[in-house]
Design a protein around this ligand. Structure first.
Ligand SMILES: *[C@@H]1O[C@H](CO)[C@@H](O)[C@H](O)[C@H]1NC(C)=O
Ligand SMILES: *[C@@H]1O[C@H](CO)[C@@H](O)[C@H](O)[C@H]1NC(C)=O
Ligand SMILES: *[C@@H]1O[C@H](CO)[C@@H](O)[C@H](O)[C@H]1NC(C)=O
Length: 525
């Protein structure tokens, strides 16, 4: 009883505080910022798949396509600050090589489509995935001069498939926050409203895609890093089933096999049609286990939904625009699908944040304080906080907060930790049984649309909506559902599938794009 009253008071004080913080930020910086300028070059409005087809059929040259994207990067970057490094000259050489190969007639267009499905198409990725000759800083001040000498596995596969890396995008420090800010490059801004965040950790990647400055990209996701920026920037993003894509070349590297199973590298794009062929390239021989070519009968899928996590103590309620998007989606499915969507009633999701934090831990002995020091010594968060207050820290306030938060969660092997691991295993079995071979779960990606800069600090627990599926390991696609009426910002949901059922998530994403319109170009309102 007393505990109940206390929790209730705490919850309401917390909600009140989140309102105060938003008022303050609006007072300080204005309620709306700028928008990116509209896209004028029609090349920039094509999917990666369409570009590849036009390039190999000689309707467009790879060099001209690349030049169009480079010009767009130069146009948007001063406002959005999403690109932190590039290899434009080398990429133009690669594009010429692709055009020459096509002109030589050595391969037919069909052979090229089969062997080099993305020949000549520019690709970008974030500054924690190794790309030969580009920066590899992960936003850490101590790594600001570190460069990659080789591609990581995922980018090497994309290069083999003909794609041409040309730009590297901004991330939060160590990729361990969902607001894209680091001490080297600063904030990345949302293309729909520069006073809002781009999300994280693939924040720069979400922005470069949404603003039409890259054809497609790779992200990595250990707690929502593909899905949150996909939501905030109104694009598609897919976190593959655990252990299907090589993580080699990702920083920080997972410190154990256990922790690696939470992390996935996957595609981000404005167009759903790009996700499946990229996933096929990234998963290589495993793509057969995923059955990516199999037809999916969407009308006869079983749809489950859950509108929120059931009220975590420090979790904000789902905001109006996201709620409306979910309702419209459910209305559509009720009319369209053979069986009506069923409420999932997964009460366990209430404990998502704790489950995630515990299952993130392993017995490697490596903690955030060591990783934020680039594995050379340890960050003392209390001392760092002092430096930060005087503007002298080489870390962001978020990183200091992450290290502090880590110290307060259950330690590996403790009874509390074991209980939370067990709780996760139970929830995983329950969802496996629920979804079977033919079901998908619809769940919010975040309770709100893109927040104001620094607002994430007061809502750290909101990441639990995505993070829970990292410790469960299921495949998830983040699907945009148009702009909200109230805030004018992108809305969307997550589509979750059973293990290796990535194709169901992707097929639903493709269907919803035709119904709800998918990506909405920013800068036109
Ligand atoms: C104000 O907005 C700019 C971008 O428009 C952003 O870079 C800055 O961090 C914001 N400041 C605050 C306090 O929100
Ligand atoms: C998001 O954060 C807000 C404020 O911190 C909280 O009220 C809300 O319950 C959170 N939502 C989730 C889903 O965690
Ligand atoms: C931040 O980094 C600079 C070197 O770039 C170093 O001189 C300074 O001592 C560092 N500050 C702190 C508080 O560690």
């Amino acid at each position: 009883m007393v505990v109940g009253v206390f929790q209730n008071t705490l919850h309401h004080s917390f909600l009140f505080l989140t309102v105060l913080v938003r008022r303050f930020l609006i007072w300080k910086n204005g309620s709306r910022g700028k928008q990116v300028s509209p896209i004028t070059d029609p090349i920039l409005k094509l999917s990666a798949v369409e570009l590849a087809s036009k390039i190999r059929n000689k309707e467009l040259s790879s060099v001209n396509v690349l030049k169009a994207f480079i010009a767009r990067v130069d146009q948007i970057n001063p406002l959005l600050n999403c690109v932190v490094d590039n290899c434009f000259d080398k990429a133009l050489e690669d594009a010429q090589v692709a055009d020459d190969l096509i002109a030589s007639g050595k391969y037919t267009s069909e052979e090229l489509a089969d062997q080099k499905p993305f020949l000549g198409v520019p690709i970008s990725t974030k500054d924690n995935i190794r790309v030969k000759d580009l920066l590899f800083s992960a936003g850490l001040w101590t790594r600001r001069f570190v460069r990659a000498h080789e591609d990581g596995d995922a980018m090497a596969l994309m290069r083999e498939a003909g794609a041409i890396p040309f730009a590297l995008t901004n991330v939060p420090e160590l990729c361990m926050w969902w607001e894209c800010l680091n001490p080297i490059f600063g904030h990345t801004n949302n293309p729909y409203d520069t006073n809002r965040i781009s999300g994280g950790s693939s924040g720069g990647e979400g922005v470069i895609q949404s603003a039409g400055a890259s054809a497609f990209g790779l992200g990595s996701d250990i707690a929502g890093s593909i899905r949150v920026p996909s939501l905030f920037n109104g694009i598609f993003g897919h976190k593959p089933t655990k252990d299907t894509v090589s993580l080699e070349g990702c920083f920080p590297p997972p410190s154990s096999v256990e922790q690696g199973s939470l992390l996935s590298i996957g595609p981000m794009s404005r167009f759903s049609c790009d996700l499946r062929p990229v996933l096929k390239v990234l998963t290589k021989s495993k793509s057969e286990i995923l059955g990516l070519e199999e037809h999916v009968d969407i009308k006869n899928l079983r749809f489950f939904y859950q509108k929120d996590d059931g009220g975590g103590l420090f979790v904000t309620p789902i905001e109006e625009d996201q709620q409306t998007a979910m309702e419209r989606l459910l209305d559509h499915l009720s009319a369209f699908a053979t069986t009506k969507p069923v409420e999932a009633k997964l009460d366990e999701l209430k404990n998502s944040f704790k489950m995630f934090m515990s299952n993130f831990k392993d017995n490697s002995g490596i903690h955030f304080d060591h990783q934020f020091a680039n594995y050379d010594g340890y960050m003392n968060p209390w001392i760092e906080l002092m430096y930060w207050i005087f503007g002298k820290s080489n870390h962001t306030i978020f990183s200091i907060f992450v290290v502090l938060m880590d110290k307060f969660e259950a330690t590996y092997g403790s009874p509390k930790h074991s209980r939370l691991v067990q709780e996760k295993n139970n929830l995983r079995s329950k969802i496996q049984d629920l979804l079977g071979d033919n079901g998908v779960l619809i769940y919010p990606t975040q309770p709100s649309c893109a927040l104001y800069h620094y607002e994430t600090l007061i809502r750290p627990y909101n990441i639990s909506y995505t993070a829970i599926f990292n410790c469960l390991g299921f495949p998830v696609t983040s699907v945009p559902l148009g702009l909200g009426v109230k805030e004018g910002l992108p809305t969307g949901v997550q589509i979750i599938g059973n293990f290796n059922k990535d194709r169901l998530c992707l097929a639903v994403a493709e269907h919803l794009e035709t119904v709800f319109g998918g990506w909405v170009e920013p800068g036109k309102f």
